[in-house]
Design a binder for this molecule. Structure first.
Ligand code: HGY
Ligand code: MN
Ligand code: MN
Ligand code: MN
Length: 397
């Protein structure tokens, strides 16, 4: 694969869902998502691949060859709000190019090769990450999923119906899982940890997201004396600082990147603040230490502020250690590619509990992700395609 060939296909979707910020607004079941699905179908048709959707809205392009369970590769199209171009789509574009490379070499797979596009991986619209793969794996309740709402109050069920999909079909899909012999997800690296063009994932850090609700007494900003206030924004501000401090002390990560205030008025003391905590750590013990220290300190502060504080998990992912045999086989196949963990969640982290799974990382020179500055060079992306083709060849013969 050469960089020009990668760029040619990459540029076909570069403008889809891009905002003035340079980031992407690719939310599941939105117009941008439907356009990307159409692009996916057109790419599949160009290659004579059989396209289908599963009951959970994940899409597949099948290279029907050989017999038995297939080798799945792919990733997701959706982004966080104003996210980067590569997180997700790189794995899908690379999969099509890897199939091209295998076919151009005359390779005849002994088992099917399937390109997959998972829906709502980021949880950027409906709040639960890896929703499509989690529904397939039976780890998210379909009724809960159907009722999930986006920031405008639209439910997943309504969004799917508007897109011509059937939300009543949502549910576990063990047959689909059993149809995969392995899953390899290629993904842009999202830290600053990969010095070589391509790396292999060893693990996904345990991580989760928690919904926090701070309650107090709404009142007038100009007439309410300080001692008379029960201001949830104050406890919220303390919580943001406490999250950072607990994480730093424990050796993990904690982020508060999303907040909603009621009534969200400049001249009114808030009556309620809702915010989300994202925390991740190298192991479960550190993550538990962050959460317990944080929760205790914020509860204590709420008591002193006269406000209410509740925290509830929205999604939690235990540590994922990828199949060491597959991991080492791939690293060796790629000439001793670096092996490294990631703090980012992926559909591969969900499927790893059901299917032998591996991840390939493509170098991200800025290390920036979930922001417009996310990037990867065409040369490294082309190297990623070559690596993916080599891995698919190895697994499908
Ligand atoms: O949030 C994550 O770790 C992933 O990008 N969904
Ligand atoms: Mn992401
Ligand atoms: Mn991703
Ligand atoms: Mn007034």
């Amino acid at each position: 694969m050469d960089a020009t060939g990668f760029r040619r296909l990459w540029d076909q979707i570069a403008a889809t869902g891009r905002a003035d910020s340079g980031g992407y607004l690719r939310f599941s079941w939105s117009a941008a998502d439907l356009a990307l699905r159409e692009w996916f179908d057109a790419q599949a048709a160009e290659r004579g691949l059989r396209v289908e959707s599963d009951r959970n809205g994940n899409r597949y392009a099948h290279w029907d060859a050989g017999t038995g369970p297939g080798v799945l590769t792919g990733s997701h199209f959706d982004s966080v709000p104003h996210g980067g171009a590569y997180d997700g789509p790189l794995g899908i574009v690379s999969a099509f190019l890897a199939v091209d490379e295998l076919r151009a070499s005359g390779f005849a797979p002994q088992r099917p090769i399937v390109i997959g596009a998972f829906t709502e991986e980021e949880g950027g619209r409906f709040g639960v990450p890896c929703l499509g793969s989690r529904l397939m794996a039976g780890v998210v309740d379909p009724d809960r999923a159907r009722a999930l709402t986006d920031p405008d109050g639209t439910t997943l069920a309504e969004a799917m119906r508007a897109a011509g999909a059937d939300p009543d079909a949502l549910g576990p899909d063990p047959e689909r899982l059993a149809s995969f012999a392995a899953f390899v997800e290629l993904h842009v690296e999202q830290g600053r940890a990969l010095e070589a063009p391509v790396g292999v994932a060893s693990a996904i850090w345990p991580h989760g997201r928690w919904r926090m609700t701070f309650t107090g007494a709404g009142d007038h900003a100009g007439t309410t004396r300080i001692p008379d206030r029960r201001d949830p924004m104050l406890t919220f501000a303390f919580a943001v600082l406490a999250a950072r401090k607990e994480a730093r002390l424990a050796g993990g990560l904690a982020t508060v990147g999303r907040v909603e205030a009621v009534p969200n008025a400049t001249n009114a003391i808030a009556s309620q603040v809702t915010a989300w905590l994202d925390s991740r750590a190298p192991d479960e013990a550190v993550l538990a230490e962050i959460l317990s220290g944080f929760t205790a300190k914020v509860k204590d502060r709420a008591g002193r502020d006269g406000t209410g504080f509740t925290i509830a998990p929205e999604s939690e992912t235990p540590i994922v250690e990828f199949d060491p045999g597959l991991r080492d086989r791939i690293a060796a196949l790629l000439g001793g590619a670096p092996v490294l963990p990631t703090g980012a969640g992926h559909d591969a982290g969900v499927l790893a509990a059901h299917v032998p799974t591996a991840m390939l990382f493509v170098r991200n020179p800025t290390g920036v992700s979930h922001a417009p500055g996310e990037g990867a060079s065409d040369e490294d992306c082309a190297a990623g395609v070559d690596a993916l083709a080599a891995v698919l060849r190895d697994l499908a013969c």
